[in-house]
Design a protein around this ligand. Sequence first.
Ligand code: AP5
Length: 225
Amino acid sequence: MPGLNLILLGPPGAGKGTQAQLLRADFSLAHISTGDMLRAAVAEGSELGRQAQGHMERGELVPDELIVAMIRERIGAEDARAGFLLDGFPRTIAQAEALGRALGAGGRELSAVVALELSDDVVVQRLAGRRVCVKNPAHIYHIDFDPPKHEGVCDQDGARLIQREDDREETIRRRLAVYHEQTEPLIAYYDQRSLLHRFDAARDREHLHEIIRAELAALRFAEGL
Ligand code: AP5
């Protein structure tokens, strides 16, 4: 049976990765984070990682053709056939169009786009205090808003917590500028296609999750998925 095919859209630090961890469990979805995939490619030293690294360090987008090839393969994998949650993709109109073509070719379609809205000042506050698990980047913390039980140590697997390379203030500002220029137009793009669901991401993590979960559950029921 087909499941929900979702996009999480929003500025850096809006909480896409945090909400993805909760929603994937609610709806049994494959969580596909292009940022995590690219950081893994950089760590492995693969050809893709080598081509992506400089762009990521500068807070700029990796070229569309590299990302689209990576995503086309990933959404074709078995676990994504029963529903997926795209986190960090698409980020340009060209990527959104390529996604539409790839899904259409397989007789699939998007169910909804979850747009997380947050002001630039709060983004900077969130990213400057973010820490991630060195072993599993999906384990995300914040030194003030969501601290681990023991400073610098992941609650879930005991590994060390680190600050991401691109979470330095000047790189955060660059990522925000890139978001406004290249990714924000996707809000109108998906609104025109009646797929957009907007949420105020300044709410606390659990409250925000509860609201998104309820709206997606209603959508799934209405569409018989
Ligand atoms: P990527 O890894 O996708 O980074 P991003 O979009 O900038 O998003 P983040 O991971 O920084 O933030 P998030 O929204 O997931 O927030 P999180 O949940 O961690 O991309 C990195 C780079 O890869 C890009 O710059 C680009 O170079 C490249 N790239 C990736 N995809 C690409 C694409 N499609 N095309 C081209 N290039 C691409 O939360 C942030 C912090 O806030 C955490 O500390 C968390 O604990 C805290 N927090 C979360 N929710 C709340 C809450 N409700 N209240 C208080 N604190 C909260």
